[in-house]
Design a protein around this ligand. Sequence first.
Ligand SMILES: NC(=O)C1=CN([C@@H]2O[C@H](COP(=O)(O)OP(=O)(O)OC[C@H]3O[C@@H](n4cnc5c(N)ncnc54)[C@H](OP(=O)(O)O)[C@@H]3O)[C@@H](O)[C@H]2O)C=CC1
Ligand SMILES: N[C@@H](CC=O)C(=O)O
Ligand code: NA
Length: 363
Amino acid sequence: MINVAIVGPGLVGEALIKMISNYSASSRGIDTPIRLLAVTNSRKMVVDPPSKPANLESWKASMLSESSPADLGKFTDLVSEHGPSSKTIIVDCTSNESIASNYPSWLEKGFNVATPNKKAFSSDISLWNKINSAAKNCPSKPLILHEATVGAGLPVLSTLNNLVLAGDRIDKVEGILSGTLSFLFCEFSNGSSSGKSFSDIVKIAKANGFTEPDPRDDLSGLDVARKAIILARLSGVPIELSDLTLENIVPEELRSTATVDEFMDRLPEFDNHFSNLNQTAFKNGEVLRYVASIDLANSKYSVSLKSFPKSHAFASLSSGDNIISFTTKFFSNPLTIMGAGAGAEVTAFGIFSDILHIASVKQ
Ligand SMILES: NC(=O)C1=CN([C@@H]2O[C@H](COP(=O)(O)OP(=O)(O)OC[C@H]3O[C@@H](n4cnc5c(N)ncnc54)[C@H](OP(=O)(O)O)[C@@H]3O)[C@@H](O)[C@H]2O)C=CC1
Ligand SMILES: N[C@@H](CC=O)C(=O)O
Ligand code: NA
């Protein structure tokens, strides 16, 4: 039995609960069943509730009726009473930095970790180093996987890890790494001079579940920058956020708005500003795309809004898709991965494939 404990049953966490409840391990060649044992958000937690909930609706009901106040320390203690930590996976589906700072201690205790949360892998390099040494030094060799942190469910990190393990040299990684910004600019800057307003498209991206809990994290370029850092570090170059040139497209006046609602309410005031940027590209026969360039060969790292001719692969991308290309010693003609780059279900799939990988190693 592999036990799964979820921290953060939000949009992505709920999609994951649905996926785990619908999964029948025996029919898919994994001998060990996967059991959803425990769930906590910032207010409440349930561990092995008497009702033994089988699906999302019954988990929601037991969160209401059988939960106790959330306490992360108690949560992991209770979880470890139900099976060895080597056969337990803690899944962090928050975007919280202080939850991420627990990974070293979870790994020291032998818990495996799977997460779409980028914070631990893109903040100060000291946390990255602590995580790696905790996993390496624990006798049960726990696994920590985070495929969904870049390209959601697309097999981006597993591909990069395989290239590195095989001895390839990564020269450059570039692409469109944000589902939100892909959706925004593919819809807004599509080679025509009219269409929906920029602020309306941001609202749709948020409603589609593409954005971070605070959409300013997407528009500021910070979310893309975090993904660029993860790609650089996994390629063997330990860069920090400060090594990267970042273009923030949030209008100056909206950067310090107090709440997400205030930001969304005031965004229409800047529709003309974005429309002018699009008009300039349009007049040159080009479109706008927000791209990341991780040029490892020349130690140059940037995330920025650029203009591309309509013949460029970035211009014809489907809205919401990511495209990531690796130029390497093996692949001088770049290896390219493309497909849906955000959304609850594809992200849950990325986490679930990490869970299945851990289950197959630890069963
Ligand atoms: N949406 C997407 O397409 C993708 C998302 N991701 C990542 O997935 C993660 C989840 O995103 P999403 O589901 O959209 O976010 P949501 O805001 O919908 O959900 C976040 C969840 O985390 C919980 N939470 C927040 N703080 C804490 C805390 N201190 N302790 C316990 N629980 C907490 C929230 O509970 P509460 O209600 O109590 O606050 C909520 O259940 C993020 O890291 C995001 O970057 C990655 C790839 C793609
Ligand atoms: N907000 C992010 C979600 C996935 O990481 C995005 O839009 O790409
Ligand atoms: Na991925």
